[in-house]
Design a protein around this ligand. Sequence first.
Ligand code: ATP
Ligand code: PRP
Ligand code: NIO
Ligand code: MG
Length: 564
Amino acid sequence: MAAAVVVANGLTKQEKRAGGIDGPTNPMVTPLLTDLYQFTMAYAYWKAGKHNERAVFDLYFRRNPFGGEYTVFAGLEECIRLIANFKFTEDEIAFIQASLPSSCEIGFYNYLRGLDCSDVEIHAISEGFVVFPKIPLMRVEGPVAVVQLLETPLVNLINYASLVATNAARHRFVAGKSKLLLEFGLRRAQGPDGGIGASKYCYMGGFDATSNVAAGKLFGIPLRGTHSHAFISSFMSPDEITEKSLKRSDGSNVCEDFVGSVQAWLRKLKWSKLLGGIFGETNQSELAAFASYALAFPKNFLALVDTYDVMRSGIPNFCAVALALNDLGYKAVGIRLDSGDLAYQSCEARKFFQAIEKEFKVPDFGKTSITASNDLNEETLGALNKQGHEVDAFGIGTHLVTCYAQPALGIVFKLVEINNQPRIKLSEDVSKVSIPCKKRSYRLYGKEGYPLVDIMTGENEPSPKVGERILCRHPFNESKRAYVVPQRVEELMKCYWPGRSGKDREELPPINLIRERCIKQLEQMRPDHMRRLNPTPYKVSVSAKLYDFIHFLWLNEAPVGELQ
Ligand SMILES: Nc1ncnc2c1ncn2[C@@H]1O[C@H](COP(=O)(O)OP(=O)(O)OP(=O)(O)O)[C@@H](O)[C@H]1O
Ligand SMILES: O=P(O)(O)OC[C@H]1O[C@H](OP(=O)(O)OP(=O)(O)O)[C@H](O)[C@@H]1O
Ligand SMILES: O=C(O)c1cccnc1
Ligand SMILES: [Mg+2]
Protein backbone atom coordinates (compact mmCIF):
# COMPACT_ATOMS: atom_id res chain seq x y z
CA MET A 1 0.00 0.00 0.00
CA ALA A 2 1.30 3.48 -0.82
CA ALA A 3 2.40 5.54 2.18
CA ALA A 4 -0.07 8.32 3.09
CA VAL A 5 1.08 11.71 1.82
CA VAL A 6 1.77 13.98 4.79
CA VAL A 7 0.96 17.64 4.21
CA ALA A 8 1.12 20.70 6.50
CA ASN A 9 0.39 20.25 10.27
CA GLY A 10 1.45 16.60 10.09
CA LEU A 11 -1.96 15.65 8.68
CA THR A 12 -2.34 13.38 5.69
CA LYS A 13 -4.14 14.80 2.67
CA GLN A 14 -7.12 12.60 3.54
CA GLU A 15 -7.22 13.83 7.17
CA LYS A 16 -7.02 17.44 6.04
CA ARG A 17 -9.89 16.96 3.61
CA ALA A 18 -11.92 15.27 6.36
CA GLY A 19 -11.49 18.28 8.66
CA GLY A 20 -10.53 15.97 11.52
CA ILE A 21 -13.77 14.01 11.18
CA ASP A 22 -13.36 10.25 11.61
CA GLY A 23 -14.66 7.82 9.02
CA PRO A 24 -18.03 6.07 9.38
CA THR A 25 -18.40 3.82 12.46
CA ASN A 26 -19.18 0.86 10.22
CA PRO A 27 -16.27 0.13 7.85
CA MET A 28 -18.81 -1.26 5.36
CA VAL A 29 -19.89 2.33 4.73
CA THR A 30 -17.71 3.16 1.71
CA PRO A 31 -18.39 4.96 -1.60
CA LEU A 32 -19.41 1.54 -2.97
CA LEU A 33 -22.30 1.25 -0.52
CA THR A 34 -24.68 2.57 -3.14
CA ASP A 35 -26.96 1.25 -5.86
CA LEU A 36 -25.50 0.35 -9.24
CA TYR A 37 -27.76 2.86 -10.95
CA GLN A 38 -26.01 5.71 -9.15
CA PHE A 39 -22.80 4.71 -10.97
CA THR A 40 -24.50 4.24 -14.32
CA MET A 41 -26.11 7.67 -13.96
CA ALA A 42 -22.79 9.17 -12.85
CA TYR A 43 -21.20 7.73 -16.01
CA ALA A 44 -23.99 9.07 -18.20
CA TYR A 45 -23.70 12.53 -16.57
CA TRP A 46 -19.97 12.41 -17.17
CA LYS A 47 -20.35 11.23 -20.76
CA ALA A 48 -22.79 14.10 -21.41
CA GLY A 49 -20.37 16.57 -19.83
CA LYS A 50 -23.04 17.28 -17.23
CA HIS A 51 -21.35 15.80 -14.17
CA ASN A 52 -20.29 19.13 -12.70
CA GLU A 53 -23.66 20.81 -13.05
CA ARG A 54 -24.66 22.14 -9.65
CA ALA A 55 -27.54 20.16 -8.21
CA VAL A 56 -29.57 20.51 -5.04
CA PHE A 57 -31.26 17.47 -3.51
CA ASP A 58 -33.58 17.35 -0.49
CA LEU A 59 -33.67 14.35 1.83
CA TYR A 60 -37.02 13.95 3.59
CA PHE A 61 -39.79 11.48 4.44
CA ARG A 62 -43.46 11.61 3.56
CA ARG A 63 -45.22 10.05 6.57
CA ASN A 64 -44.43 9.76 10.24
CA PRO A 65 -43.88 6.16 11.37
CA PHE A 66 -45.86 3.97 13.80
CA GLY A 67 -49.15 5.80 13.15
CA GLY A 68 -47.72 8.78 15.01
CA GLU A 69 -47.33 12.44 14.18
CA TYR A 70 -43.65 12.96 14.91
CA THR A 71 -40.25 11.56 14.05
CA VAL A 72 -36.84 11.88 15.68
CA PHE A 73 -34.07 12.80 13.24
CA ALA A 74 -31.00 10.61 13.71
CA GLY A 75 -28.02 9.42 11.70
CA LEU A 76 -26.59 12.80 10.66
CA GLU A 77 -23.15 12.33 12.19
CA GLU A 78 -22.59 9.11 10.25
CA CYS A 79 -23.57 10.95 7.02
CA ILE A 80 -21.04 13.69 7.70
CA ARG A 81 -18.40 11.08 8.49
CA LEU A 82 -19.04 9.50 5.10
CA ILE A 83 -18.95 12.84 3.27
CA ALA A 84 -15.80 14.00 5.03
CA ASN A 85 -13.93 10.83 4.12
CA PHE A 86 -15.48 10.11 0.72
CA LYS A 87 -12.70 8.86 -1.55
CA PHE A 88 -12.43 5.83 -3.83
CA THR A 89 -9.58 3.38 -3.38
CA GLU A 90 -7.86 1.91 -6.43
CA ASP A 91 -9.41 -1.41 -5.55
CA GLU A 92 -12.89 0.10 -5.52
CA ILE A 93 -12.32 1.85 -8.85
CA ALA A 94 -11.16 -1.45 -10.36
CA PHE A 95 -14.35 -3.11 -9.14
CA ILE A 96 -16.57 -0.39 -10.59
CA GLN A 97 -14.70 -0.70 -13.87
CA ALA A 98 -15.31 -4.44 -13.88
CA SER A 99 -18.99 -3.93 -13.07
CA LEU A 100 -19.82 -1.33 -15.73
CA PRO A 101 -19.98 -2.23 -19.42
CA SER A 102 -16.59 -2.43 -21.10
CA SER A 103 -17.69 0.34 -23.46
CA CYS A 104 -17.42 2.87 -20.60
CA GLU A 105 -14.49 5.17 -21.26
CA ILE A 106 -11.38 5.08 -19.11
CA GLY A 107 -11.59 8.84 -18.48
CA PHE A 108 -14.55 8.18 -16.17
CA TYR A 109 -12.40 6.12 -13.86
CA ASN A 110 -9.79 8.88 -13.76
CA TYR A 111 -12.61 11.23 -12.86
CA LEU A 112 -13.69 8.91 -10.01
CA ARG A 113 -10.06 8.74 -8.84
CA GLY A 114 -10.02 12.49 -8.23
CA LEU A 115 -13.47 12.62 -6.63
CA ASP A 116 -14.21 13.69 -3.07
CA CYS A 117 -16.89 15.79 -1.35
CA SER A 118 -14.91 19.01 -1.04
CA ASP A 119 -17.32 20.68 -3.44
CA VAL A 120 -20.45 19.34 -1.74
CA GLU A 121 -22.37 21.51 0.72
CA ILE A 122 -24.68 20.02 3.32
CA HIS A 123 -27.27 21.81 5.37
CA ALA A 124 -29.20 19.71 7.84
CA ILE A 125 -31.51 19.83 10.80
CA SER A 126 -29.56 18.99 13.95
CA GLU A 127 -29.52 15.35 15.02
CA GLY A 128 -32.02 14.62 17.80
CA PHE A 129 -34.56 17.20 16.57
CA VAL A 130 -38.21 16.30 16.29
CA VAL A 131 -39.05 16.48 12.59
CA PHE A 132 -42.04 16.25 10.29
CA PRO A 133 -42.96 15.01 6.82
CA LYS A 134 -41.91 16.96 3.71
CA ILE A 135 -39.51 19.27 5.57
CA PRO A 136 -35.96 18.62 4.27
CA LEU A 137 -33.86 16.90 6.92
CA MET A 138 -30.81 17.46 4.75
CA ARG A 139 -30.12 19.59 1.71
CA VAL A 140 -27.23 18.27 -0.34
CA GLU A 141 -25.77 20.56 -2.95
CA GLY A 142 -22.90 19.88 -5.30
CA PRO A 143 -21.80 18.45 -8.65
CA VAL A 144 -24.72 16.34 -9.79
CA ALA A 145 -22.75 13.14 -10.35
CA VAL A 146 -21.24 13.11 -6.86
CA VAL A 147 -24.48 13.99 -5.10
CA GLN A 148 -26.22 11.27 -7.09
CA LEU A 149 -23.71 8.71 -5.76
CA LEU A 150 -24.51 9.89 -2.23
CA GLU A 151 -28.26 9.26 -2.48
CA THR A 152 -28.31 5.63 -1.40
CA PRO A 153 -25.84 5.78 1.49
CA LEU A 154 -27.38 8.96 2.93
CA VAL A 155 -30.89 7.54 2.77
CA ASN A 156 -29.61 4.28 4.26
CA LEU A 157 -27.83 6.05 7.13
CA ILE A 158 -30.86 8.17 8.05
CA ASN A 159 -33.68 5.70 7.48
CA TYR A 160 -33.19 3.11 10.22
CA ALA A 161 -31.45 5.54 12.58
CA SER A 162 -34.45 7.90 12.59
CA LEU A 163 -36.96 5.03 12.65
CA VAL A 164 -35.46 3.29 15.67
CA ALA A 165 -34.78 6.56 17.52
CA THR A 166 -38.47 7.40 17.02
CA ASN A 167 -39.45 3.93 18.21
CA ALA A 168 -37.35 4.44 21.34
CA ALA A 169 -38.90 7.87 21.94
CA ARG A 170 -42.38 6.35 21.60
CA HIS A 171 -41.56 3.59 24.11
CA ARG A 172 -40.20 6.24 26.47
CA PHE A 173 -43.38 8.29 26.06
CA VAL A 174 -45.58 5.36 27.14
CA ALA A 175 -43.26 4.15 29.91
CA GLY A 176 -42.99 7.61 31.47
CA LYS A 177 -40.01 9.71 32.48
CA SER A 178 -39.32 8.00 35.78
CA LYS A 179 -38.78 4.47 34.44
CA LEU A 180 -35.39 3.05 33.58
CA LEU A 181 -35.41 1.83 29.98
CA LEU A 182 -32.87 -0.78 28.93
CA GLU A 183 -32.31 -1.83 25.33
CA PHE A 184 -31.82 -5.61 25.22
CA GLY A 185 -32.17 -6.14 21.46
CA LEU A 186 -28.77 -7.18 20.12
CA ARG A 187 -29.61 -10.89 19.70
CA ARG A 188 -32.79 -10.08 17.79
CA ALA A 189 -31.54 -7.19 15.68
CA GLN A 190 -31.14 -7.33 11.92
CA GLY A 191 -27.50 -8.36 11.94
CA PRO A 192 -24.51 -6.72 13.62
CA ASP A 193 -25.05 -3.25 12.14
CA GLY A 194 -28.73 -3.37 13.07
CA GLY A 195 -27.69 -4.24 16.61
CA ILE A 196 -25.07 -1.51 16.92
CA GLY A 197 -27.33 1.07 15.30
CA ALA A 198 -30.25 0.11 17.52
CA SER A 199 -28.18 0.56 20.67
CA LYS A 200 -26.85 3.93 19.53
CA TYR A 201 -30.12 5.41 18.34
CA CYS A 202 -32.34 3.97 21.11
CA TYR A 203 -30.05 5.73 23.55
CA MET A 204 -30.39 8.90 21.50
CA GLY A 205 -34.18 8.50 21.52
CA GLY A 206 -34.30 8.37 25.31
CA PHE A 207 -33.32 4.90 26.53
CA ASP A 208 -31.01 4.86 29.55
CA ALA A 209 -28.66 2.01 28.77
CA THR A 210 -27.94 -0.98 26.56
CA SER A 211 -26.82 -4.56 27.11
CA ASN A 212 -24.67 -4.29 23.93
CA VAL A 213 -21.04 -4.17 25.05
CA ALA A 214 -19.65 -3.18 21.63
CA ALA A 215 -22.02 -0.20 21.50
CA GLY A 216 -20.93 0.75 25.02
CA LYS A 217 -17.33 0.85 23.85
CA LEU A 218 -17.98 2.57 20.52
CA PHE A 219 -20.29 5.32 21.76
CA GLY A 220 -19.85 5.49 25.53
CA ILE A 221 -23.46 4.38 26.12
CA PRO A 222 -24.07 3.18 29.70
CA LEU A 223 -24.07 -0.63 29.92
CA ARG A 224 -26.55 -2.58 32.05
CA GLY A 225 -27.58 -6.16 32.40
CA THR A 226 -28.87 -8.93 34.64
CA HIS A 227 -28.44 -12.68 34.03
CA SER A 228 -30.29 -15.34 32.09
CA HIS A 229 -32.28 -18.46 32.88
CA ALA A 230 -29.25 -20.54 31.88
CA PHE A 231 -27.33 -19.20 34.85
CA ILE A 232 -30.14 -20.17 37.22
CA SER A 233 -30.70 -23.63 35.79
CA SER A 234 -26.97 -24.38 35.67
CA PHE A 235 -27.00 -24.85 39.47
CA MET A 236 -28.21 -28.08 41.09
CA SER A 237 -27.95 -27.47 44.84
CA PRO A 238 -26.38 -25.14 47.40
CA ASP A 239 -23.91 -27.92 48.22
CA GLU A 240 -22.02 -27.21 45.05
CA ILE A 241 -20.97 -23.76 46.33
CA THR A 242 -17.55 -24.36 47.85
CA GLU A 243 -16.34 -20.81 48.45
CA LYS A 244 -19.01 -19.51 50.83
CA SER A 245 -17.27 -16.68 52.61
CA LEU A 246 -18.15 -13.03 52.04
CA LYS A 247 -16.49 -9.94 53.49
CA ARG A 248 -18.67 -7.27 55.06
CA SER A 249 -19.11 -4.25 52.78
CA ASP A 250 -16.86 -2.15 55.06
CA GLY A 251 -14.23 -4.89 55.04
CA SER A 252 -14.40 -5.13 58.86
CA ASN A 253 -14.89 -8.89 59.05
CA VAL A 254 -15.86 -11.96 57.07
CA CYS A 255 -19.01 -14.09 57.09
CA GLU A 256 -17.59 -17.62 56.72
CA ASP A 257 -20.85 -19.24 55.60
CA PHE A 258 -22.89 -16.84 53.51
CA VAL A 259 -24.95 -19.74 52.10
CA GLY A 260 -25.86 -20.85 55.64
CA SER A 261 -26.89 -17.30 56.45
CA VAL A 262 -29.13 -17.25 53.33
CA GLN A 263 -30.75 -20.52 54.39
CA ALA A 264 -31.33 -19.20 57.90
CA TRP A 265 -33.08 -16.16 56.43
CA LEU A 266 -35.23 -18.35 54.24
CA ARG A 267 -36.44 -20.26 57.34
CA LYS A 268 -37.19 -16.95 59.09
CA LEU A 269 -39.23 -15.77 56.11
CA LYS A 270 -41.16 -19.02 55.99
CA TRP A 271 -42.18 -18.81 59.64
CA SER A 272 -42.81 -15.06 59.72
CA LYS A 273 -46.33 -13.86 60.58
CA LEU A 274 -46.66 -11.63 57.52
CA LEU A 275 -45.22 -13.94 54.90
CA GLY A 276 -46.02 -17.37 56.26
CA GLY A 277 -48.26 -19.39 54.00
CA ILE A 278 -47.25 -17.65 50.78
CA PHE A 279 -44.62 -20.27 50.07
CA GLY A 280 -43.38 -23.63 51.27
CA GLU A 281 -40.21 -25.28 49.98
CA THR A 282 -38.46 -23.05 47.47
CA ASN A 283 -36.35 -24.38 44.64
CA GLN A 284 -32.89 -25.07 46.09
CA SER A 285 -31.03 -24.96 42.79
CA GLU A 286 -32.41 -21.47 42.25
CA LEU A 287 -31.34 -20.53 45.76
CA ALA A 288 -27.85 -21.80 44.95
CA ALA A 289 -27.75 -19.69 41.77
CA PHE A 290 -28.84 -16.56 43.62
CA ALA A 291 -26.39 -17.09 46.49
CA SER A 292 -23.60 -17.72 44.02
CA TYR A 293 -24.43 -14.58 42.03
CA ALA A 294 -24.49 -12.56 45.26
CA LEU A 295 -21.08 -13.93 46.21
CA ALA A 296 -19.77 -12.80 42.81
CA PHE A 297 -21.52 -9.39 42.86
CA PRO A 298 -22.45 -8.50 46.44
CA LYS A 299 -22.88 -4.83 45.53
CA ASN A 300 -24.92 -5.46 42.39
CA PHE A 301 -27.14 -8.38 43.25
CA LEU A 302 -30.09 -8.64 40.91
CA ALA A 303 -31.96 -11.93 40.42
CA LEU A 304 -34.04 -13.34 37.58
CA VAL A 305 -36.93 -14.78 39.60
CA ASP A 306 -39.19 -16.54 37.10
CA THR A 307 -37.29 -19.71 36.26
CA TYR A 308 -39.40 -21.95 38.52
CA ASP A 309 -42.21 -20.03 40.22
CA VAL A 310 -42.11 -16.32 40.89
CA MET A 311 -44.08 -16.09 44.15
CA ARG A 312 -43.42 -19.56 45.57
CA SER A 313 -39.73 -19.67 44.86
CA GLY A 314 -38.03 -16.77 43.05
CA ILE A 315 -39.13 -13.94 45.31
CA PRO A 316 -38.60 -15.68 48.66
CA ASN A 317 -35.21 -16.97 47.49
CA PHE A 318 -34.24 -13.49 46.33
CA CYS A 319 -35.33 -11.97 49.63
CA ALA A 320 -33.36 -14.51 51.67
CA VAL A 321 -30.20 -13.64 49.73
CA ALA A 322 -30.93 -9.89 49.87
CA LEU A 323 -31.45 -10.03 53.66
CA ALA A 324 -28.25 -12.02 54.17
CA LEU A 325 -26.45 -9.37 52.09
CA ASN A 326 -28.13 -6.65 54.14
CA ASP A 327 -26.67 -8.20 57.32
CA LEU A 328 -23.24 -7.63 55.80
CA GLY A 329 -23.96 -4.04 54.85
CA TYR A 330 -24.85 -4.62 51.18
CA LYS A 331 -28.01 -3.44 49.46
CA ALA A 332 -29.47 -5.78 46.85
CA VAL A 333 -30.45 -4.12 43.57
CA GLY A 334 -33.62 -6.05 42.72
CA ILE A 335 -35.34 -8.65 40.60
CA ARG A 336 -36.19 -9.25 36.95
CA LEU A 337 -39.48 -10.77 35.81
CA ASP A 338 -39.37 -12.30 32.31
CA SER A 339 -42.69 -14.12 31.86
CA GLY A 340 -46.29 -14.28 32.98
CA ASP A 341 -48.49 -11.38 33.99
CA LEU A 342 -45.94 -8.66 34.63
CA ALA A 343 -48.46 -6.23 36.18
CA TYR A 344 -49.81 -8.74 38.69
CA GLN A 345 -46.45 -10.24 39.58
CA SER A 346 -44.79 -6.86 40.03
CA CYS A 347 -47.56 -5.81 42.45
CA GLU A 348 -47.27 -9.08 44.39
CA ALA A 349 -43.49 -8.74 44.54
CA ARG A 350 -43.81 -5.17 45.79
CA LYS A 351 -46.20 -6.27 48.55
CA PHE A 352 -43.75 -8.96 49.60
CA PHE A 353 -40.86 -6.46 49.73
CA GLN A 354 -42.95 -4.01 51.74
CA ALA A 355 -43.99 -6.73 54.19
CA ILE A 356 -40.32 -7.56 54.73
CA GLU A 357 -39.44 -3.91 55.30
CA LYS A 358 -42.15 -3.77 57.95
CA GLU A 359 -41.52 -7.09 59.65
CA PHE A 360 -37.73 -7.02 59.71
CA LYS A 361 -37.25 -3.26 59.84
CA VAL A 362 -35.02 -3.09 56.75
CA PRO A 363 -35.17 0.50 55.54
CA ASP A 364 -36.18 0.90 51.89
CA PHE A 365 -36.53 -2.84 51.27
CA GLY A 366 -40.03 -2.09 49.97
CA LYS A 367 -38.44 0.00 47.23
CA THR A 368 -36.32 -2.85 45.86
CA SER A 369 -36.17 -2.41 42.11
CA ILE A 370 -38.33 -4.51 39.78
CA THR A 371 -37.26 -4.97 36.15
CA ALA A 372 -39.63 -6.50 33.63
CA SER A 373 -38.89 -7.96 30.20
CA ASN A 374 -40.43 -10.38 27.67
CA ASP A 375 -41.72 -9.24 24.30
CA LEU A 376 -42.54 -5.76 25.52
CA ASN A 377 -43.70 -3.06 23.13
CA GLU A 378 -45.71 0.16 23.18
CA GLU A 379 -48.99 -1.74 23.53
CA THR A 380 -47.90 -3.93 26.44
CA LEU A 381 -46.36 -0.94 28.22
CA GLY A 382 -49.65 0.91 27.76
CA ALA A 383 -51.63 -2.09 29.03
CA LEU A 384 -49.40 -2.38 32.11
CA ASN A 385 -49.96 1.31 32.86
CA LYS A 386 -53.71 0.87 32.59
CA GLN A 387 -53.74 -2.12 34.91
CA GLY A 388 -51.35 -0.55 37.43
CA HIS A 389 -47.93 -2.08 38.02
CA GLU A 390 -44.86 -1.78 40.20
CA VAL A 391 -42.16 -2.09 37.55
CA ASP A 392 -39.22 0.32 37.86
CA ALA A 393 -37.26 -0.73 34.78
CA PHE A 394 -38.14 -2.27 31.45
CA GLY A 395 -35.77 -4.38 29.35
CA ILE A 396 -36.94 -4.23 25.72
CA GLY A 397 -35.50 -6.10 22.77
CA THR A 398 -37.24 -7.53 19.71
CA HIS A 399 -40.08 -5.05 19.15
CA LEU A 400 -37.83 -2.07 19.78
CA VAL A 401 -34.81 -2.86 17.64
CA THR A 402 -36.53 -4.61 14.74
CA CYS A 403 -39.10 -1.82 14.58
CA TYR A 404 -41.66 -4.59 14.46
CA ALA A 405 -44.59 -2.17 14.08
CA GLN A 406 -43.09 -0.52 10.98
CA PRO A 407 -39.93 -1.72 9.31
CA ALA A 408 -38.91 1.36 7.27
CA LEU A 409 -39.34 5.10 7.40
CA GLY A 410 -39.46 5.75 3.66
CA ILE A 411 -36.85 8.47 3.38
CA VAL A 412 -36.48 9.91 -0.13
CA PHE A 413 -33.85 12.03 -1.86
CA LYS A 414 -35.23 14.30 -4.57
CA LEU A 415 -33.67 16.73 -7.00
CA VAL A 416 -35.10 20.19 -6.33
CA GLU A 417 -32.80 22.40 -8.39
CA ILE A 418 -30.13 22.09 -11.10
CA ASN A 419 -28.01 24.93 -12.45
CA ASN A 420 -30.22 27.29 -10.42
CA GLN A 421 -33.30 25.95 -12.20
CA PRO A 422 -35.97 24.66 -9.80
CA ARG A 423 -37.12 21.10 -10.53
CA ILE A 424 -40.33 19.33 -9.50
CA LYS A 425 -41.28 15.66 -9.58
CA LEU A 426 -44.95 15.10 -10.32
CA SER A 427 -47.03 12.12 -9.28
CA GLU A 428 -50.60 10.92 -9.55
CA ASP A 429 -50.38 10.75 -5.79
CA VAL A 430 -50.23 14.37 -4.58
CA SER A 431 -48.34 13.39 -1.43
CA LYS A 432 -45.50 12.26 -3.72
CA VAL A 433 -45.12 15.56 -5.58
CA SER A 434 -41.75 17.03 -4.57
CA ILE A 435 -41.38 20.61 -3.34
CA PRO A 436 -39.02 22.38 -5.75
CA CYS A 437 -36.28 24.99 -5.15
CA LYS A 438 -33.40 25.42 -2.82
CA LYS A 439 -35.27 26.24 0.36
CA ARG A 440 -34.95 27.30 3.94
CA SER A 441 -37.20 26.04 6.68
CA TYR A 442 -38.25 27.50 9.99
CA ARG A 443 -40.11 26.35 13.09
CA LEU A 444 -42.57 28.94 14.36
CA TYR A 445 -43.41 28.91 18.06
CA GLY A 446 -46.66 30.17 19.56
CA LYS A 447 -47.58 32.07 22.73
CA GLU A 448 -47.52 29.01 24.92
CA GLY A 449 -44.03 28.05 23.86
CA TYR A 450 -45.10 25.11 21.70
CA PRO A 451 -44.00 24.76 18.08
CA LEU A 452 -47.03 25.70 15.93
CA VAL A 453 -45.95 25.06 12.38
CA ASP A 454 -42.88 24.40 10.21
CA ILE A 455 -42.66 26.58 7.12
CA MET A 456 -40.50 26.28 4.01
CA THR A 457 -39.55 29.37 2.00
CA GLY A 458 -37.37 30.00 -1.02
CA GLU A 459 -33.66 30.36 -0.20
CA ASN A 460 -33.69 34.11 -0.77
CA GLU A 461 -37.01 35.04 0.81
CA PRO A 462 -36.81 37.12 3.98
CA SER A 463 -37.09 34.94 7.08
CA PRO A 464 -40.26 35.01 9.19
CA LYS A 465 -39.96 37.55 12.01
CA VAL A 466 -41.04 37.40 15.63
CA GLY A 467 -44.29 39.33 16.07
CA GLU A 468 -44.90 39.63 12.31
CA ARG A 469 -47.91 37.91 10.82
CA ILE A 470 -47.05 35.40 8.13
CA LEU A 471 -49.31 33.30 5.90
CA CYS A 472 -48.55 29.59 6.16
CA ARG A 473 -50.01 27.51 3.33
CA HIS A 474 -50.46 23.79 2.95
CA PRO A 475 -48.10 22.96 0.05
CA PHE A 476 -50.78 21.25 -2.05
CA ASN A 477 -54.21 22.03 -0.61
CA GLU A 478 -55.38 25.49 -1.61
CA SER A 479 -57.97 25.84 1.12
CA LYS A 480 -55.66 24.99 3.98
CA ARG A 481 -53.84 28.08 5.21
CA ALA A 482 -53.32 29.98 8.43
CA TYR A 483 -51.84 33.24 9.61
CA VAL A 484 -49.23 32.87 12.32
CA VAL A 485 -47.64 35.54 14.49
CA PRO A 486 -44.59 33.69 15.78
CA GLN A 487 -43.28 34.34 19.26
CA ARG A 488 -40.04 32.60 18.32
CA VAL A 489 -38.56 31.69 14.95
CA GLU A 490 -36.00 28.93 14.65
CA GLU A 491 -34.20 28.29 11.39
CA LEU A 492 -34.08 24.50 11.08
CA MET A 493 -31.17 23.72 8.77
CA LYS A 494 -27.58 24.52 9.66
CA CYS A 495 -24.42 24.08 7.66
CA TYR A 496 -22.84 20.74 8.60
CA TRP A 497 -20.47 20.49 5.64
CA PRO A 498 -19.54 23.78 4.00
CA GLY A 499 -17.79 22.45 0.88
CA ARG A 500 -16.15 25.45 -0.75
CA SER A 501 -18.74 27.95 0.52
CA GLY A 502 -16.52 29.31 3.28
CA LYS A 503 -19.39 29.01 5.77
CA ASP A 504 -18.70 27.87 9.34
CA ARG A 505 -19.20 24.19 9.95
CA GLU A 506 -21.63 23.24 12.74
CA GLU A 507 -19.92 21.02 15.35
CA LEU A 508 -20.98 17.38 15.73
CA PRO A 509 -21.93 17.08 19.40
CA PRO A 510 -21.33 13.95 21.52
CA ILE A 511 -24.16 11.43 21.75
CA ASN A 512 -25.19 12.34 25.30
CA LEU A 513 -25.79 15.95 24.23
CA ILE A 514 -27.82 14.81 21.22
CA ARG A 515 -29.85 12.61 23.58
CA GLU A 516 -30.49 15.56 25.92
CA ARG A 517 -31.48 17.71 22.94
CA CYS A 518 -33.87 15.01 21.77
CA ILE A 519 -35.52 14.65 25.18
CA LYS A 520 -35.92 18.43 25.39
CA GLN A 521 -37.38 18.57 21.89
CA LEU A 522 -39.93 15.86 22.67
CA GLU A 523 -40.92 17.58 25.91
CA GLN A 524 -41.62 20.88 24.18
CA MET A 525 -44.18 19.38 21.79
CA ARG A 526 -47.88 19.99 22.38
CA PRO A 527 -49.23 16.81 24.03
CA ASP A 528 -51.95 16.19 21.43
CA HIS A 529 -49.27 15.68 18.75
CA MET A 530 -47.63 13.04 20.91
CA ARG A 531 -50.53 10.89 22.11
CA ARG A 532 -50.76 7.36 20.73
CA LEU A 533 -54.43 7.33 19.79
CA ASN A 534 -55.46 9.73 17.01
CA PRO A 535 -52.71 12.29 17.52
CA THR A 536 -53.20 15.74 15.96
CA PRO A 537 -51.06 16.24 12.85
CA TYR A 538 -48.41 18.93 13.20
CA LYS A 539 -48.71 21.54 10.46
CA VAL A 540 -46.13 21.64 7.72
CA SER A 541 -46.43 24.57 5.34
CA VAL A 542 -44.86 26.74 2.66
CA SER A 543 -44.75 30.52 2.25
CA ALA A 544 -47.27 32.16 -0.08
CA LYS A 545 -44.48 32.84 -2.56
CA LEU A 546 -43.26 29.25 -2.56
CA TYR A 547 -46.85 28.00 -2.83
CA ASP A 548 -47.42 30.09 -5.96
CA PHE A 549 -44.16 28.94 -7.45
CA ILE A 550 -44.84 25.23 -6.80
CA HIS A 551 -48.17 25.51 -8.56
CA PHE A 552 -46.79 27.55 -11.43
CA LEU A 553 -44.10 24.92 -12.01
CA TRP A 554 -46.62 22.11 -11.59
CA LEU A 555 -48.82 23.55 -14.33
CA ASN A 556 -45.80 24.15 -16.54
CA GLU A 557 -44.56 20.58 -16.24
CA ALA A 558 -47.85 18.70 -16.30
CA PRO A 559 -48.89 17.78 -19.83
CA VAL A 560 -52.40 18.74 -20.93
CA GLY A 561 -54.43 15.66 -21.76
CA GLU A 562 -56.45 15.17 -24.93
CA LEU A 563 -59.89 13.64 -24.82
CA GLN A 564 -61.02 11.76 -27.91
N1 ATP B 1 -50.31 -7.57 32.58
C1 ATP B 1 -50.10 -7.67 31.29
N2 ATP B 1 -50.89 -7.07 30.40
C2 ATP B 1 -50.69 -7.17 29.09
N3 ATP B 1 -49.67 -7.87 28.56
C3 ATP B 1 -48.82 -8.48 29.38
C4 ATP B 1 -48.99 -8.41 30.77
N4 ATP B 1 -48.00 -9.13 31.34
C5 ATP B 1 -47.26 -9.63 30.33
N5 ATP B 1 -47.72 -9.25 29.15
C6 ATP B 1 -47.23 -9.58 27.81
O1 ATP B 1 -47.85 -10.80 27.46
C7 ATP B 1 -46.99 -11.59 26.67
C8 ATP B 1 -46.82 -12.95 27.33
O2 ATP B 1 -46.20 -13.73 26.40
P1 ATP B 1 -46.06 -15.28 26.52
O3 ATP B 1 -47.35 -15.85 26.93
O4 ATP B 1 -45.39 -15.73 25.26
O5 ATP B 1 -45.00 -15.34 27.65
P2 ATP B 1 -44.95 -16.25 28.87
O6 ATP B 1 -45.59 -17.56 28.61
O7 ATP B 1 -45.46 -15.48 30.03
O8 ATP B 1 -43.38 -16.39 29.02
P3 ATP B 1 -42.31 -17.22 28.20
O9 ATP B 1 -41.46 -16.20 27.53
O10 ATP B 1 -41.58 -17.98 29.26
O11 ATP B 1 -43.04 -18.11 27.24
C9 ATP B 1 -45.67 -10.83 26.56
O12 ATP B 1 -45.66 -10.13 25.34
C10 ATP B 1 -45.73 -9.85 27.72
O13 ATP B 1 -45.00 -8.67 27.47
O1 PRP C 1 -38.30 -10.20 24.75
P1 PRP C 1 -37.47 -9.12 24.18
O2 PRP C 1 -38.16 -7.80 24.17
O3 PRP C 1 -36.87 -9.47 22.86
O4 PRP C 1 -36.26 -8.86 25.24
C1 PRP C 1 -35.11 -9.58 25.35
C2 PRP C 1 -35.36 -11.02 25.74
O5 PRP C 1 -34.17 -11.71 25.58
C3 PRP C 1 -33.91 -12.49 26.71
O6 PRP C 1 -34.30 -13.81 26.65
P2 PRP C 1 -34.71 -14.66 25.37
O7 PRP C 1 -35.87 -14.00 24.72
O8 PRP C 1 -33.50 -14.91 24.53
O9 PRP C 1 -35.21 -15.99 26.00
P3 PRP C 1 -36.57 -16.18 26.78
O10 PRP C 1 -37.66 -15.70 25.88
O11 PRP C 1 -36.64 -17.62 27.04
O12 PRP C 1 -36.46 -15.36 28.01
C4 PRP C 1 -34.64 -11.79 27.83
O13 PRP C 1 -34.95 -12.66 28.85
C5 PRP C 1 -35.83 -11.19 27.17
O14 PRP C 1 -36.93 -12.03 27.26
O1 NIO D 1 -29.10 -8.35 30.84
C1 NIO D 1 -30.18 -8.86 30.60
O2 NIO D 1 -31.01 -9.13 31.48
C2 NIO D 1 -30.53 -9.18 29.18
C3 NIO D 1 -29.73 -8.88 28.14
C4 NIO D 1 -30.10 -9.17 26.85
C5 NIO D 1 -31.28 -9.79 26.61
N1 NIO D 1 -32.09 -10.10 27.63
C6 NIO D 1 -31.74 -9.79 28.89
MG1 MG E 1 -38.13 -13.89 25.51
